[in-house]
Design a protein around this ligand. Sequence first.
Ligand SMILES: Nc1nc2c(c(=O)[nH]1)N[C@H]1C(S)=C(S)[C@@H](COP(=O)(O)O)O[C@H]1N2
Ligand SMILES: [Mo]
Length: 299
Amino acid sequence: MLTWSDVTPKPLWLNRRQMIASAGAVAFASPVLAKIDAAKSPLSTTDTPNSFEEITTYNNFYEFGTGKEDPAANASALTTDPWSIEIGGMVDKPGTYDLADILKGQPLEERIYRFRCVEAWSMVVPWIGFQLSGLMNRVGVQPSAKYVAFETLVRPEEMPGQNSPLLDWPYREGLRLDEAMHPLTILATGLYGEVMPKQNGAPIRLVVPWKYGFKSIKSVVKISLTDAMPQTTWNMLQSSEYGFYSNVNPTVDHPRWSQASERRVGAGLFAGRQDTLMFNGYQDQVASLYAGQDLSKDF
Ligand SMILES: Nc1nc2c(c(=O)[nH]1)N[C@H]1C(S)=C(S)[C@@H](COP(=O)(O)O)O[C@H]1N2
Ligand SMILES: [Mo]
């Protein structure tokens, strides 16, 4: 059976700006950096991307600790090959799919997305990924399915944060089916043209750019189609602060802080804060999904 490393594209190209951006972090790993050759999606933002360094050293990945530097320091121990995802529930073709098999036939694209954490910081990330809808269509979503549930790997030997009951492991997330099928929703397998760094959720993680960052679950090993709204990690921990929808919404504050503005990571000490946009700026594409819903209740 093919493994992820067999299908990882070999060195292709590298432009000078990216070489400078990523040199400190990865250049030592190989003389020529492996690049994934993926066309840029028109769904990309024109905002300037954060640097590779910023994206890979300021992370939330509680399986590796709660500090922003912990994932970069601790994630190297994670084994990401072999990797498979168990896909089940209300699908025609349930099974445990090897990562290479999951990627088969799914067109990889570069998607430069704004990314907004619930902690009121933001980044711009050039992801490499494919639409979740492509995988859903391949496994055959049954008419009874209304939601998609996701789980992260549980492997405390390699994920030291899982040795404490800080969160109820596995990390869990969920989307309504129409959100999961939306063209903006991707499974990402890389960033900056590189195979996904471990601290960012290698080898495959969800990215939902109009929702707070915690919806974008990392290192996914299980996907289930259900007819009931799935349990989600942050909602289970504190339902008054974290709802199921978690759409970026500057008019609905977190009970302990404002969501009206955000700090762009790396923008510099004097850059100031910027206004947070409804649906993180993806209003034109996604507002219709929530027509008729009271977003102060469905937060
Ligand atoms: N499994 C798992 N996924 C996770 C998290 C986590 O702790 N564990 N943190 C979430 C949060 S709060 C954010 S902001 C993003 C951060 O993604 P990044 O580190 O790639 O920027 O990952 C999300 N996905
Ligand atoms: Mo977050």
